[in-house]
Design a protein around this ligand. Structure first.
Ligand code: XIL
Length: 300
């Protein structure tokens, strides 16, 4: 096939991108989005601060624009993200244990309920571990303790039984202390029947954090636990052939794992990448296809 989405679909996978609602009025952006990507993840619009800036009052409009655009052309949506320490409105940090528990449960119920049946996969919990494998000292960890991740996944299953429930993190792409901790958590969840369907590997790569040599082995060991794996926020710093080779290798890694169900890049064009002055994506600032694009297309 001649587009990323259609080529990925040939092996039953999706090829997605992060989308920003405030770019949906830009015709070049929308043309490339519609032509190439058959899955979308709202880049910021489904985060807690965007959806529930004040306790109990929800603002769905920007995220709705993305979901409506995607569903209007028949492509799937990844929900990102329900429980995360970052982009959290200030009021959450001031809650005591009982209030935080009810706020978390209510947030999951209201947000998942709003789009029930319309979200392919949800990042239920994002970035809960430190590099050394200990739990990140977030408000959730402090007030609710180790059990908060399990609580969130159980609540999420009830709130939208059709959505695949993912744990998502960065620097877990290779085998290391952090990915070992996530692995142990998933293994524990599977053994005790705690609902979890997928693990997201953000895969933000650069010179300091290159594509790991054991990427495939790491994703494979997660898949062997009985969960899908997804590459959820892919971007790779660099340019030209070197960047293209890295993108090819990431794509080949996913294709080599039957339970790797899709790849999402973290933006359509370099000009709107979250990486300042970076060129980590598949289209340049003028929406020209880069060598990395061709490498991915040919590998799919
Ligand atoms: C980033 C967005 O791309 C930026 O626009 C925003 O300012 C900060 O968040 N891990 C995640 C994503 O899970 O939500 C982050 O997205 C990038 C790192």
């Amino acid at each position: 096939a001649t587009t990323l989405g259609a080529s990925a679909a040939e092996s039953g996978r999706y090829f997605g991108t992060a989308v920003a609602a405030n770019r949906l009025g830009e015709s070049d952006y929308v043309s490339v989005l519609n032509a190439e990507f058959n899955s979308v993840t709202p880049e910021n619009e489904m985060k807690w601060d965007a959806l529930e800036p004040n306790r109990g009052s929800f603002t769905f409009a920007n995220a709705d624009r993305i979901v409506t655009q995607a569903r209007g052309r028949g492509v799937s949506v990844r929900g990102h993200t329900l429980v995360w320490h970052s982009q959290l409105p200030g009021w959450v940090g001031g809650l005591d244990t009982n209030n935080l528990r009810s706020a978390m449960n209510n947030h999951i119920d209201e947000v998942m309920g709003h789009w029930r049946g319309q979200i392919h996969s949800w990042d239920v919990v994002n970035e809960a571990f430190e590099e050394n494998g200990t739990r990140r000292n977030s408000a959730f960890q402090q007030r609710l303790g180790n059990g908060y991740i399990e609580e969130a996944f159980r609540r999420a299953r009830a709130a939208d039984p059709n959505a695949k429930l993912c744990y998502n993190d960065y620097n877990t792409d290779g085998q290391n202390a952090k990915s070992n901790a996530v692995y142990a958590m998933v293994q524990d969840f599977k053994s005790r029947g705690v609902p979890i369907d997928c693990v997201g590997f953000q895969s933000h790569f650069n010179a300091q954090s290159p594509v790991p040599s054991d990427y495939r082995a790491n994703l494979q060991r997660f898949a062997a636990l009985g969960v899908d794996v997804q590459i959820t926020e892919l971007d790779i710093e660099g340019s030209g052939t070197a960047q293209a080779n890295n993108y090819r290798s990431v794509t080949e890694t996913c294709l080599a794992i039957s339970r790797c169900t899709g790849i999402t890049v973290w933006g359509v064009t370099d000009k709107y990448s979250w990486r300042p002055n970076g060129t980590p994506l598949l289209f340049d600032g003028n929406y020209n296809k880069k060598p990395a694009y061709t490498a991915v297309l040919n590998a799919l």
